[in-house]
Write a protein that binds this ligand. Structure first.
Ligand SMILES: *Cc1c(COP(=O)(O)O)cnc(C)c1O
Length: 463
């Protein structure tokens, strides 16, 4: 990401600290459609709406902090992925990004499949009526109980992550009198991050079975021998928040290489490959994500080319976007509690949530932006850090962004692109009550995950 200290600009230029942040936008009242969900708009009187409803009204009805999820945008993104890949491929939404019963129903209605990676996610998927054959079970250490529930339910595939698991799943399937469709997750020797991929030190992580050293080929050998398993393909997931297709290209080439090896050794052409998820989104105006149709075109071309070279039938492709579907569809709405200008540094704006509703900034140094959404302001931009109310100095929601200098207690500010890995990673630190998720669509708002209450907290505390 090319960031530079903001050049000489508004009055504060002389006191801006060195740092990595984008220059202030020319007009803080404009919301960049790249980072805000589709139906977010500013109103003539300076407010902001989502799904046709004023955020001030939403704050009054549902309180803050709260996540507001733009249902129309979510469905549109599902449809875009589904249509981009077409009927000869499968799109699996990665449930870990954000999962609730309503979301499962939307996915079902929009024709997507669903990845789960725990018993809890599986239970949610099944409770909301996702057909089991459209569910894939992931995870590097699935419990016997989780495997058993998945096999018994009839999930469409289990992605095997270790040698022990090959045997474990086969035994459980045998015991239940089933033949379980499985893929083997391989590590292809590429780890992709935001703007580059790393072709070394990749196997030094907990997921998958290495292609290197013939490990993956050995896993295939073992899986093909077991009656309880129907090996349908190879799986690869190379990282997250990826913008560059080069990492996928290397991954696809290596996975197809394994398919060719398997054909040569066993006379079997495995019918599917899964290229994982990890496609990036715009957290700030500096990010330029690709559209699903560009991604589909690139992946299809890469796989077709590699298969042609290896004289293999092109396998059915699947992909697993999580963040790219739900990430941009939600924002977190906060109420400003205190504003502390630190001379020569920046202004700290404290909100009524924090690392308990968005751990990504503390965990990954993630970048976000923020906007004043309850009113219009023409005050000059000041460099702010949006911080939470937790007892940690690392409790930062937005590290560097600009807000109008007159931002004040009681203002509503919103952080966009918080649909993925925010509510799903939320905690009760400091006995915070996890915020609700409110779905907004066509002038109607409805709670899909309710706010936690102190009663909820005390119910678990049985001492
Ligand atoms: C996390 C994960 C995904 C989704 O990643 P995103 O960055 O949300 O797209 C897909 N597949 C697997 C196996 C994952 O672990």
């Amino acid at each position: 990401m090319s960031r530079s200290a903001h050049p000489a600009g508004p009055r504060h230029a002389d006191v801006l600290p060195e740092g990595h942040y984008a220059a202030p936008p020319t007009d803080l009242n404009v919301l960049d459609p790249k980072v805000w969900s589709q139906t977010v708009a500013r109103t003539a009187d300076g407010g902001t709406t989502v799904g046709g409803i004023e955020v001030a009204r939403l704050a009054e009805e549902f309180g803050t902090p709260a996540y507001f999820l733009d249902e129309a945008d979510f469905r549109a993104r599902c449809a875009a992925w589904r249509d981009a890949f077409g009927p000869d491929a499968d799109v699996f939404y990665a449930g870990k990004a954000f999962l609730s019963r309503a979301v499962v129903r939307w996915l079902h209605e929009e024709g997507l499949n669903l990845d789960v990676c725990s018993g809890g996610e599986l239970a949610t998927a099944l409770a909301a009526g996702m057909p089991a054959e459209r569910i894939a079970l992931h995870g590097n250490n699935k419990s016997e109980e989780e495997i058993e529930r998945a096999v018994a339910a009839g999930v469409g595939r289990i992605v095997l992550d270790s040698f022990q698991e090959i045997v474990r799943v086969a035994h459980i399937a045998d015991r239940l009198g089933k033949r379980q469709r499985v893929q083997i997750r391989v590590t292809v020797g590429v780890e992709a991050h935001t703007h580059e991929f790393i072709a070394t030190a990749h196997e030094d992580q907990k997921f998958g079975i290495a292609l290197a050293g013939g490990q993956a080929a050995e896993a295939v050998r073992r899986a093909l021998k077991l009656d309880g398993l129907e090996l349908i393909g190879i799986h690869s997931h190379i990282g997250s928040q990826i913008f560059d297709m080069a990492g996928f290209e290397v991954a696809a080439r290596r996975v197809v290489g394994l398919l060719a090896e398997v054909r040569d050794e066993h006379g079997v052409e495995l019918p599917e490959i899964d290229l994982g998820g990890g496609l990036g989104i715009a957290y700030t105006s500096d990010d330029d994500p690709r559209e699903p149709h560009e991604i589909a075109k690139a992946l299809n071309e890469i796989v077709a080319r590699e298969c042609e070279a290896a004289k293999l039938r092109t396998p059915r492709i699947s992909v697993e976007p999580g963040r790219a579907i739900v990430g941009p569809t939600a924002f977190t709405l906060y109420t400003v509690g205190t504003v502390k200008p630190l001379d020569g540094l920046r202004t700290y704006v404290s909100v009524d949530g924090g690392m308990s509703d968005n751990i990504r900034t503390a965990l990954y140094d993630a970048e976000y932006t923020v906007a004043l959404v309850s009113r219009r302001s023409d005050a000059e931009p000041v460099l702010v850090r949006v911080v939470g109310k937790h007892c940690e100095s690392g409790d930062i929601v937005v590290k560097d962004a600009f807000l109008p200098a007159d931002v004040a207690p009681g203002d509503l500010i919103a952080v966009p692109a918080t649909g993925a890995y925010c509510r799903s990673m939320a905690s009760n630190y400091n006995h915070a009550l996890r915020p609700p998720v409110v779905a907004v669509r066509d002038g109607e708002a409805r709670v899909i995950v309710r706010r936690e209450t102190e009663e909820d907290l005390l119910r678990l505390d049985v001492g």
